[in-house]
Ligand binder design. Structure first.
Ligand SMILES: NC(=O)c1ccc[n+]([C@@H]2O[C@H](COP(=O)([O-])OP(=O)(O)OC[C@H]3O[C@@H](n4cnc5c(N)ncnc54)[C@H](OP(=O)(O)O)[C@@H]3O)[C@@H](O)[C@H]2O)c1
Length: 249
């Protein structure tokens, strides 16, 4: 018997990377999972197939979390397939690093629209569709909120905003029994991080040297943390940010 038997989860940006790890972990604990993605149907389908092969329940739904109509459709399709959503993981996110002078208005909006507006819109839809008390929102933020890192002003601003949303919404939604927490992930080997060219460089080795457990993370390190927060084992935890960083924090 899994910790999340009978629950329904939406994981945004679950077609790859940390979101895929979270979708697999929630499904392994018995939740029916909607694997949301923005562009890449092939990787999302693979995540769904793997969950199904392991006797789990999952569907893939394309939706841009920064678009209200897409987010409404994401929840409507999930509801149609599995019933009302009990667990929302706001994982969809983008990151590009660069100095202050390289930031453009377009990049500002790409980061804030996906990472912050997306978190807000999905949380709003989640709260609106809840018929009964209870449920969980989990926001995926970053260890970067805990220290000053050059060339990360845009990304870190969005991740810090997610911590603010976590704290505020936890208080606002507590009377309805909805818990809201965040996971601050440390550097993890994902498709998105590989695209930055970091893996295998001296910069990566310097980062690993700051991680007491001696390696960077993988999506499978984060999934069980989300499953814990979504489960009744975490019933007394809300408004918190849990750092999953191999000791870096
Ligand atoms: N990896 C790390 O080191 C690390 C550390 C701390 C925190 N995080 C956070 O963890 C989350 C996932 O990071 P990752 O490294 O796993 O990223 P990733 O490998 O780049 O995967 C990102 C996922 O998000 C989806 N996505 C992007 N924009 C979207 C949108 N507008 N609507 C819906 N889905 C969207 C992508 O879908 P498509 O592929 O279809 O475009 C993809 O499935 C992010 O919030 C990131 O800030 C990552």
């Amino acid at each position: 018997m899994g910790k999340l038997n009978g629950k329904v989860a939406v994981v945004t940006g679950a077609g790859k990377g940390i979101g895929a790890g979270i979708a697999a972990a929630l499904a392994a604990e018995g939740a029916a999972v909607t694997v949301n993605y923005a562009h890449d149907a092939a990787t999302a389908d693979t995540v769904v197939e793997t969950i199904r092969k392991n006797a789990g329940r999952a569907i893939a739904v394309k939706a841009d979390v920064s678009r209200p109509d897409d987010v409404a459709a994401l929840f409507a399709l999930t509801r149609e397939a599995f019933g009302p959503v009990d667990i929302l993981v706001n994982n969809a996110g983008v990151f590009r690093f660069g100095p202050l002078e390289s930031i453009t208005v377009a990049e500002f909006h790409r980061h804030f629209d996906t990472n912050v507006l997306g978190t807000l819109l999905a949380s709003q839809e989640f709260a609106n569709q809840r018929e009964a008390d209870g449920g969980n929102i989990i926001n995926i933020t970053s260890v970067g909120v805990s220290f000053a890192q050059p060339n990360a002003s845009l990304y870190t601003s969005t991740k810090t905003a997610q911590v603010g949303l976590t704290r505020t919404l936890s208080v606002e939604l507590a009377p309805r029994g909805i818990r809201v927490n965040a996971i601050a992930a440390g550097l993890a080997d994902t498709e998105g991080v590989r695209a930055t060219g970091l893996i295998g460089t001296d910069a990566e080795r310097a980062l690993v040297a700051q991680i007491p457990l001696g390696r960077i993370g993988v999506p499978e390190d984060i999934g069980p943390v989300a499953a814990f927060l979504a489960s009744d084992d975490a019933r007394w935890i809300t408004g918190d940010t849990l750092f999953a960083t191999g000791g870096q924090y």
